[in-house]
Design a protein around this ligand. Structure first.
Ligand code: SF4
Ligand code: SF4
Length: 96
């Protein structure tokens, strides 16, 4: 599933540049993640980069936007035409 930012976000901005899909942006009150662009870092990194850098653990799995490896790969291919996914053998679903 995608991940989401909860209201304990302190707007530090650390997560935004870490996302390989540019899925994170400043929202009206806290940073937000576009679930259509979040691949749970599948295709790039073994673990969720935004969750790793958040100093207050304000990024959590988004139960309302479930994904399988197949749907994550489909998002990856749509966002990055021509690019081959990497590190998939090390990939771990966020929160597991
Ligand atoms: S989990 Fe990865 S792809 Fe999803 S928002 Fe965070 S950094 Fe971006
Ligand atoms: S790293 Fe965490 S606290 Fe900082 S903007 Fe992102 S979600 Fe908010």
């Amino acid at each position: 599933m995608a991940v989401k930012i909860i209201d304990t976000c302190i707007n530090c901005g650390a997560c935004e540049p870490e996302c390989p899909n540019e899925a994170i942006s400043p929202g009206d009150s806290i940073y937000v993640i576009d679930p259509e662009k979040c691949t749970e870092c599948y295709g790039f990194y073994g673990e969720s980069q935004c969750m790793s850098v958040c100093p207050v653990e304000a990024i959590v799995p988004d139960e309302d936007h479930p994904d399988t490896v197949e749907t994550l790969l489909a998002k990856f291919r749509k966002l990055h035409p021509g690019l081959e996914p990497k590190n998939t053998e090390n990939w771990k679903k966020p929160g597991t």
